[in-house]
Write a protein that binds this ligand. Structure first.
Ligand code: SF4
Length: 222
């Protein structure tokens, strides 16, 4: 049903429409680009991005990486210093403690490096599938579908999948999407969800796929 040509068309049309709205890259993608896809920078920035506005994530990531450019330095910092650097990221107190625990684990078990498998990443304190998969994508160039709220919502609105949770969506998308689209999917749909397919009242009149979108679950749109 969804062949390579279909996905090429989705990626091309969504990218062009989002670009017209002038939206910059998501913060984690920007951190990856500016650090040469450093897995440590990607992991830290992804953790900071959870429940945090994009512009806050970027500034918090830059402040933390300026004082802790590697795992060993992060491990040497006290929690209060980390907390002050990442404030006002969402749940900054909890995240400071999590980052400290992750740094300790990386030093003790992984030779002060961020590991490159999903299983190892999931063994780090508080790291879930979304964080693990984005780290694999942007830090190691390993295909793994990263589903956040935008990916989950747009994939269901478009009728590609019919799922109740992001975890279910990972499996469902893996089944219908060729592997070469797995890495760019998150960046595309985060950008699209921030510019056109907005969480509340999407701008369907600007969407190049409106004619074929069933708008599943959309209550109102513009
Ligand atoms: S038509 Fe509307 S709901 Fe469907 S993908 Fe486009 S913006 Fe989103």
């Amino acid at each position: 049903m969804y062949d390579e040509k279909y996905w090429d068309d989705i990626f091309t049309s969504f990218s062009a429409a989002a670009a017209e709205r002038g939206r910059p890259l998501p913060s984690v993608s920007m951190m990856a680009a500016t650090t040469g896809n450093d897995p440590y920078a990607v992991l830290v920035s992804t953790i900071l991005s959870l429940r945090t506005k994009d512009e806050v994530t970027l500034a918090s990531s830059e402040r933390l990486l300026a004082i802790a450019p590697d795992v060993r330095t992060l491990d040497s910092l006290d929690e209060e210093t980390i907390r002050n650097a990442i404030y006002p990221a969402g749940f900054y107190k909890r995240k400071a403690s999590q980052l400290k625990a992750i740094a300790r684990t990386l030093v003790e078990k992984f030779g002060s490096r961020v590991p490159g498998t999903q299983e190892e990443l999931l063994s780090l304190p508080g790291v879930g599938v979304k964080t693990a998969n984005l780290t694999l994508n942007l830090g190691f160039n390993i295909p793994a579908i990263c589903v956040d709220c935008h990916v989950h919502q747009i994939a269901n609105r478009m009728g590609w999948i019919s799922t109740k949770s992001p975890e279910e969506s990972v499996k469902a998308l893996e089944a219908i999407m060729p592997v070469r689209f797995w890495i760019p999917l998150n960046e595309l749909l985060v950008t699209y969800g921030q510019t056109i397919c907005l969480p509340v009242s999407p701008l369907c009149s600007l969407c190049p796929q409106e004619a074929c979108c069933p708008k599943n679950g959309v209550q109102r749109h513009r």
